[in-house]
Structures are given as structure tokens and as C-alpha cells.
Design a protein around this ligand. Structure first.
Ligand code: FMN
Length: 249
């Protein structure tokens, strides 16, 4: 939107711009309030349940224009913690559809954030310390999984060393993001966001602090961006052109 349009909108409506509708591609939010993605660490096997419906639903009832899910894993091994919301299986679609149907019925647009945790995966639920999953967590049924990243460097002391993704591994993750986009569409989401921040897998490729690869996915900025762009391109191919795609970094 051009600055003069913003000024006109404020003058015409006499209300703060925050409360005016926002059209992005083919969807219109009733206002510009968006619930930020916030991991709840309470999904079982990635499934949306009544708790998620109530949690997100209350923000739609409260008047938010856009309600976004927490970071939702595109692969089971792409979870941040063991109780992340997931979209790695078609089985996840019906539970999510119930959520989007409710949000729509209350006038909100629904948005899903899709994510791969990379080397920051296999962490404890916050109330158990947010550290690497350990024996106590395993006794509770929270088992760790093998991690991947741009390079084989642990995120910190005590955390597992990830495997550096090879070409085949990269293709698999890109395909998983694309499949997640198709599922999110089937589940009825209006907006999709790729999580490219917070040190997770995509961010680990973007930053020279972690990415010291010597192949075409490392080195200068254009090469470090290659993985993120491959993900975004694959997702955009599957995500309807009438629906907005966000990228968080
Ligand atoms: C409990 C909690 C969980 C979060 N989970 C996510 C997440 O899943 N994805 C994400 O991109 N950001 C996540 N964030 C970051 C928020 O989206 C937001 O950027 C952050 O809280 C800063 O905004 P604030 O200053 O309004 O709190 C989380 C934040 C909190 C407090």
C-alpha cells in the first residue's frame, strides 16, 4: 500500500488503520491484528485437538483478523519439541480442518506456520527446562530423534550433533515443505508462513555463523539463500496463487 493510500484510509474511516480491513492476494482480513505463532508444546503426535481449537478459537472470538498456528512440523524429525503441532501426515488434516472451519465461522482468517527445527530440535517442553531431551524425558515417553542442519555442529553443550544435510536430504526436506503446503490448503488455511527464523533449519542455512558449507548451499549470501528459496519456490507451486505466503526471518 502506498503512503498516500494509508493516509486516505485513516482519514476516510476515522479509525486507526489497525482496525481497517487488509486484502492480501485473494483474502481479506477484517483488521490487521494477527496472533503471532506461539508453540504450545501440548500436541500429541502432532495432532490438533480440542485444546488447540479452544486456544486459537478464543482469539477469533476476541476479534483478531488473522489467527496463526504455532510452528507446525513438516516432518516428524523436523519437530522442535516432542509436542509440536504437526503437518507431516495426511492424518493431521481433519483435526486442523476443524480449527480452520471454526476460525472462519468467527470471521477470522486462519494461518499456519510451517517449520523444520533443524539442530534446535529434540528439546524439552519449556516446563521441563527447554534443554536437550534426556533420560527423565524418555521415561515420560518424550524420546529424541536424529537431527539435521546446514553443518554438523551442535546448537550448544549437551545437545546432539546434527548431520549436515546432503543433496538427497535437502531434496527430502524441500519436498516435505511442499507436501505440508498441500495439506495446509486441504485443511482450509487462508495464509501460510514458512518459518525461516530463530535458528531453525532454514535459518541455519541463511546465517554464516552456522553455515560453513563449501557446496552451492554455503558461502556468499546468494548461496546461503539457495535452500530457503528452494523451499519457498516448492511451497509456492503447491500453495494456491489466491492465498498469501509469508516468510518469517
Ligand atoms: C510461548 C511462545 C512460543 C512461541 N512460539 C513461536 C513459534 O512457534 N513460531 C514463531 O515464529 N515464533 C514463536 N514465538 C515468538 C512470537 O511469535 C513473537 O515473535 C515473540 O513472542 C515476540 O513478540 P512479543 O514481543 O509480542 O511477545 C513464541 C513466543 C512465545 C512467547
Amino acid at each position: 500500500m502506498r503512503p498516500q493510500d494509508i493516509t486516505r484510509e485513516v482519514r476516510n474511516e476515522g479509525a486507526p488503520l489497525l482496525f481497517s480491513p487488509l486484502t492480501l492476494r485473494g483474502v481479506t482480513a477484517r483488521n490487521r491484528l494477527m496472533l503471532a505463532p506461539m508453540n504450545q508444546h501440548r500436541a500429541k503426535d502432532g495432532f490438533a485437538d480440542d485444546g488447540l481449537l479452544v486456544h486459537l478459537g478464543k482469539f477469533a472470538l476476541g476479534g483478531f483478523g488473522i489467527v496463526m498456528t504455532e510452528a507446525s512440523a513438516v516432518l516428524e524429525t523436523g519437530r522442535i519439541g516432542p509436542a509440536d503441532l504437526g503437518i507431516w501426515s495426511d492424518d493431521h488434516i481433519p483435526g486442523l480442518k476443524r480449527v480452520t472451519t471454526y476460525l472462519r465461522s468467527r470471521g477470522a482468517l486462519s494461518a499456519m506456520q510451517i517449520c523444520h527445527g533443524g539442530r534446535k530440535g529434540a528439546i524439552q517442553r519449556p516446563w521441563h527446562g527447554f534443554g536437550p531431551l534426556d533420560q527423565t524425558d524418555m521415561a515420560r515417553g518424550d524420546n529424541p530423534w536424529p537431527l539435521v542442519s546446514a553443518t554438523a555442529e551442535a546448537v550448544g553443550p549437551g545437545h546432539a550433533t546434527p548431520k549436515a544435510l546432503d543433496r538427497e536430504g535437502i531434496d527430502k526436506v524441500v519436498a516435505a515443505f511442499a507436501d505440508a503446503a498441500s495439506r495446509a490448503d486441504k485443511a482450509g488455511f487462508d495464509i501460510l508462513e514458512i518459518h525461516g527464523g530463530h535458528g531453525y533449519l532454514i535459518a541455519s542455512f541463511l546465517t554464516p555463523v552456522v553455515n560453513r558449507r563449501t557446496d552451492e548451499y554455503g558461502g556468499n549470501l546468494a548461496d546461503r539463500m539457495r535452500f530457503a528459496l528452494e523451499v519457498a519456490t516448492a511451497v509456492r507451486r503447491r500453495w494456491p496463487s489466491s492465498k498469501p505466503l509469508f516468510f518469517r526471518m
